[in-house]
Design a protein around this ligand. Structure first.
Ligand code: ZN
Length: 134
C-alpha cells in the first residue's frame, strides 16, 4: 500500500454555519463547497489548502458517527485521510496483515471518493481514512 499524500483532515464541528466564518474569515480559506453525505449522516464543507484539504463535518443525526463523536469528545480533529491509488488493493493488504478495519469494503464519501476507515485501535488512537479519488 502506498500512501500518496495527506488528502484531508476531518474536523468535527457542531455547526457549519458557526465554523465556516472561522475558516474563511480568521484563516482566510475559501470554502469550495458543501455536500451532504447521507450514508455518513453528515454535511461536509471542504477548504482546499495547497495539495490537501480541511473537511469540516457537521452531524445531521445525533446517532451518526460525528454526532456520537461530538457527544463524547466535543468538537475537534476527527480523522486523517490519506490518498491511495487503489483502495481495493490497500484493503486487501491491510486485511492480510490482520489490521482491524471499520470498513471491510469501500464506501462512497464526499466528492465521489471511495473511502474506508481503519479502526483507531489499530493505529494508536488515530482514526485513519484511506481514500481513492479519480
Ligand atoms: Zn474524511
Amino acid at each position: 500500500m502506498k500512501l500518496e499524500k495527506l488528502d484531508h483532515i476531518g474536523i468535527a464541528v457542531e455547526s457549519l454555519d458557526t465554523s465556516l466564518p472561522i475558516w474563511e474569515g480568521v484563516l482566510g480559506l475559501p470554502c469550495h463547497g458543501t455536500e451532504e453525505v447521507a450514508e455518513q449522516k453528515v454535511r461536509t464543507s471542504f477548504f482546499p489548502v495547497g495539495d490537501s484539504e480541511v473537511e469540516l463535518l457537521e452531524s445531521t443525526d445525533p446517532e451518526g458517527p460525528i454526532g456520537k463523536f461530538i457527544a463524547n469528545k466535543g468538537q475537534g480533529v476527527h480523522h486523517l485521510a490519506f490518498r491511495v491509488d487503489d483502495i481495493d488493493a490497500a484493503l486487501a493488504e491491510l486485511k492480510a496483515k490482520g489490521v482491524r478495519l471499520i470498513d471491510e469494503k469501500p464506501r462512497y464519501g464526499a466528492g465521489g471518493a471511495r473511502i474506508a476507515f481503519i479502526h483507531p485501535k489499530a493505529t494508536g488512537g488515530v482514526l485513519i481514512e484511506i481514500s481513492e479519488r479519480r
